[in-house]
Each structure stands twice: as C-alpha cells, then as structure tokens.
Design a protein around this ligand. Structure first.
Ligand code: PEP
Length: 263
C-alpha cells in the first residue's frame, strides 16, 4: 500500500489544514516535552513567528531512564490542544501505548510513533485505525525496508495518511547521538509515495548541528523538518542541549525558505 507500485505519484498528507508532501516544505517546531502551559505557549509563539505551520510537543515521553521526566500525560495533551486553539497550529504528539491511542487522538491532529516504537506492531495497528494522520519515525536500529513495512502495518489498519520521518540511526560514531541517514530521504521517496521529513534535533542531539542538518534535509529533497524549540533551553526538562531558541530558529527558517525556492 505504501509502495510506488501501489501509487506511482507521490502523496500529500493533510493535517488540520496543513499539507505535507511534494510542492511544499513543512516546518514543524515546538518543545521536545510539554512542561507547562507557559513554556508550550512561548515555544508555539517562537514556532509560529518563524513560519512553522505545525506544533510538536511530547506529553508522553519515552525516556531511557525511568527516573527522568516522563511527560505530563493527559494534562500535557490539554495544554497542546489549548495552544493549538489559540495559535491555529495543528499538533503532532507521540503516543507510546495502545492503551492511550484513543485519548491522544481525541486531542491531537497527528499521532507520532517514536523511534523506539517503530516495530510495536499492535501500536502501529491501533494508530492506523485511530482516524488521524500518523508521523512514523524510523527506528534507530531499523533498515529502510523495515521502516516501510512498519508504515505498511499502519496503512493496512486503515490510513494512508502517513508521513515518514528520518531521525538518525545508531552507528559506531559517538560524536552525535545518532547518525542522520540523509540517503534515506531520497531512497524512501523512491520506494514509497509517502512524504518524508527529517528530524535534525533528535538525530544529531546537538543545537549546533540543527541548522546544517536541516539544510542537508532540504538539499536531499525532504518534504519538511521537525525541530525542537524551547524559550529557555538551559531549563528544559528534556533534551535542552538540542533545542533552538527564537533568535536561532528565525534565521534558520529564512535560510530553509530561500533554499527551497532555489531547489
Ligand atoms: C520526539 O520526537 O520527541 C522523540 C522522542 O523522538 P525520537 O522518537 O525520534 O527519539
């Protein structure tokens, strides 16, 4: 269903009035984690003033350590929905468990499957049947073929409104958190009709790499980027080291705009 054999033309996916796919470049921005109404509002204002058309933010956070901040859960979803209503930015947020799919779908415009859940097949089937578009991140230890098969699970369960997200894979290189597999962008677009975006924040895991990796994403033909922003990264409860502030996002967004027109 997700292959070019099934559909030869590249697809677009509509999320709350925003179109993702060929002919447009989508900037999604927002906090890694929803920490409070004030922080999410400020992050959304940063996103919107830079030209982002969608808001990201985690209410259920998949953390390596069980002692790390796990997200605000439903309270975080309420904040996201409220900020969406006030800013007009549709919201994408992660769902970690089959148990929470209905709840998350009742607040969010798009459901995110994170890298750690890419092969949680019951979860893929549940989000596919939830009646919302899905952002499917590539598993950090998965091949492109496995990633597309994960998309196939979602498609078979009920929706072809799937956006693929390359977010880096595990390699032997410790200088970055993960290695952005830039070749995966044109390869996935060659094999599948689905839109493909890039997460330059979670792949590199470093603020100074977000701009060059975003530019690389545009050059490789990505359909968008999803970027972490925070009004005060030094106080962030999750991944502050990769978050951009407003003064950092704004010039980057302008550059990406210029690049997309040149290409
Ligand atoms: C995220 O986008 O919040 C996230 C945890 O990303 P990933 O699943 O790619 O690590």
């Amino acid at each position: 269903l997700v292959s070019r054999e099934h559909r030869t033309e590249r697809s677009t996916v509509e999320v709350g009035g925003v179109t993702i796919g060929p002919g447009t470049f989508t900037l999604i921005a927002g906090p890694c984690a929803v920490e409070s109404a004030a922080q999410t509002t400020e992050a959304a204002q940063i996103a919107r003033s830079a030209g982002a058309t969608m808001l990201r933010g985690g209410a259920f956070k998949p953390r390596t350590s069980p002692y790390a901040f796990q997200g605000l859960g439903e309270a975080g979803l309420k904040i996201l929905a409220d900020v969406r209503d006030r800013t007009g930015l549709p919201v994408v947020t992660e769902v970690l468990s089959v148990r929470d799919v209905e709840l998350v779908a009742s607040y969010a415009d798009m459901l995110q499957i994170g890298t750690r859940s890419m092969q949680n097949f019951p979860l893929l089937q549940a989000v596919g049947a939830a009646g919302r578009p899905v952002l499917l991140k590539r598993g950090m230890m998965n091949t492109i073929e496995e990633w597309l098969m994960a998309a196939e699970y979602i498609a078979r369960a009920g929706t072809l409104d799937i956006v693929l997200c390359e977010r880096g894979i595990r390699t032997f290189e410790p200088a970055t958190r993960n290695t952005l597999d830039i070749a995966a962008v044109p390869l996935a677009q060659h094999l599948s009709h689905l839109p493909v975006i890039v997460d330059p924040s979670h792949s590199g895991g470093r603020r100074d790499l977000v701009a060059p990796l975003s530019r690389a994403a545009v050059a490789a033909g990505a359909d968008g980027v999803i970027i972490d922003v925070h009004p005060r990264p030094e106080q962030a409860r999750c991944d502050g080291g990769q978050a951009l502030t407003g003064p950092e996002l704004l010039p980057l967004a302008r550059q990406l705009d210029d690049l997309t027109t040149v290409l």
